[in-house]
Design a protein around this ligand. Structure first.
Ligand code: C2G
Length: 451
């Protein structure tokens, strides 16, 4: 008798789960299914699991393929289960290829092809709708999206669009999703989009996605002109769609905790915010070669402006940019100064100059400091006049952090979240306005030319 084991969360049970269990059962005679507990999912950073453990077990049972159901409670359990249950074959979907090769010493490991198309007609219940997200763009950020989206229950990455067939095919093959070169066909297969294409293409893609009734999560900077941001948010509102700017810091739990502490009065009234983020970039990269849309500020400015807008607001009296230029006139280092009626903000970013990445918030009673990488906030300290008095705060920041914005995007779409405050329309509009002002001081035309 061949004994097979597989594991999963099996939340919002869908055809991908059904097909996996069916093929797992066909691999042998006796199938054991391990269903993850809430605590284990929390520990491995899976967000947004909707169904209770009982419901998930019941759904696996109803599929009719499991001869035995166990619960998976901790890391390392698989290894012990394989021995304990005399397992011949361990199997899991191919989105985990390579991850469980260590079990090969004890049993056969089989990765079954994941189901690419989750169709809305086969969903279990109307209210457990799985968001089928499509990615526009096949660059480095798009690559990071898929493993992160896998850890948000209730979304599936259905496909990728790139007008260049070769790029679409390569990306789709690597991540086992569908590749599209026809935008209409792409929109027909999905419910929402994640836009990770070059900055200058965002506006047109957002507009067309909204026109096709799709919710949009767009990488920062969403657009480089204030009027465009206002227009797009207007469109989204009219159509009842969600439009989110993806600045991952804004959605991460540690950063929100830091904002909460900063605004709670413990450091008094906030008077100064300094944020710095530098990342030495290879000189041949798009970020340092694109004469119109490249440079430090368009690339990293959103991160360093964010805490200033969050803590000091958008009613600054004036804003001033100072940049150091590289050989091709692109800014390799930029410092932005904000003057408020009762405060000062300084945002610094660089791709060709290295500095200490730090977020410092100074108030009338004390200050908060978060060291690099504060943009993925996991630790910060509160200091007072008495140097011995220090409060320390830690928060989990898992993986690449994109899962937090994907999770908030999903809860907003499902109408169960009130997370719009994490990155408001007003803040995105102000950011677009600041980008526009920077481009014009640099003599760059956001419409695509050099003035
Ligand atoms: N699956 C699939 N096709 C999909 C979605 C999921 O084949 N479109 C598979 C997964 O690869 C996994 C199983 O269905 O084998 C359950 O998926 P999830 O509920 O998402 O669980 P997962 O997080 O993959 O847990 O210890 C847990 C396991 O490592 C897998």
């Amino acid at each position: 008798m061949t004994r097979v084991i597989t594991y999963g969360t099996f939340d919002l049970f869908h055809e991908g789960h059904y097909r996996l269990l069916k093929r797992a059962k066909e691999l042998g005679d006796y199938l054991i299914v391990g269903v993850t507990t809430e605590a284990y999912d929390q520990a491995r950073g899976k967000l947004n699991v909707v169904d209770s453990l009982m419901t998930r077990i019941e759904n696996v049972r109803k599929s009719g393929f499991a001869d035995e159901i166990i619960i998976e409670e901790s890391v390392g359990q698989k290894f012990n289960d394989v021995k304990k249950f005399h397992i011949d074959i361990f199997t899991v979907g191919s989105d985990w290829t390579g991850c469980f090769d260590y079990l090969n010493d004890y049993c056969k490991v089989v990765y079954l092809e994941r189901t690419k198309n989750i169709s809305s007609t086969m969903l279990r219940e109307k209210n457990s709708h799985i968001q089928r997200i499509g990615i526009i763009g096949t660059g480095r950020i798009a690559q990071r999206f898929i493993p992160e989206a896998k850890l948000v229950s209730g979304v599936t990455t259905q496909g990728v669009y790139n007008p260049r067939e070769e790029s679409a095919k390569r990306f789709a093959h690597k991540w086992e999703i569908n590749g599209y070169t026809d935008l209409e066909e792409f929109y027909r297969a999905i419910d929402s989009v994640y836009i990770a294409s070059p900055h200058e293409t965002h506006y047109n893609y957002i507009k067309s996605a909204l026109e096709h009734g799709k919710h949009v999560l767009c990488e920062k900077p969403m657009v480089l002109q204030k009027a465009q941001a206002e227009e797009l948010f207007g469109y989204a509102k009219e159509r009842g769609l969600i439009l989110f700017e993806g600045i991952k810091t804004a959605y991460c739990p540690g950063f929100n905790r830091l904002l909460g502490v900063a605004c709670s009065g413990t450091i008094g009234s906030i008077r100064n915010v300094e944020a710095c983020f530098t990342k030495l970039e290879k000189p041949d990269r798009r970020e340092l070669t694109d004469r119109i849309y490249g440079g430090s500020f368009t690339e990293l400015g959103s991160y360093v402006i964010l805490p200033i807008l969050k803590l000091l607001g958008d009613d600054f009296e004036n804003i001033h940019f100072e940049s150091i230029k590289g050989d091709n006139e692109l800014d390799i280092f930029t410092k932005v100064s904000f003057k408020y009626p009762t405060g000062i903000g300084t945002a610094t970013c660089g791709l060709g100059v290295k500095s200490e990445g730090r977020l410092l918030i100074a108030g009338t009673k004390g200050y908060i400091v978060a060291d690099a990488p504060w943009w993925k906030t996991s630790y910060f300290e509160v200091h007072y006049e008495n140097p011995d008095e220090v409060e320390k705060y830690s928060e989990r920041f898992l993986g690449d952090g994109l899962r937090y914005e994907i999770s908030d995007f999903l809860t907003m779409i499902n109408g169960v979240g009130k997370n719009g405050f994490k990155m408001t329309r007003g803040e995105s509009v102000t950011l677009a306005g600041i980008m526009e002002e920077f481009m014009s001081t640099e003599g760059r035309d956001p419409y695509g030319g050099l003035i």
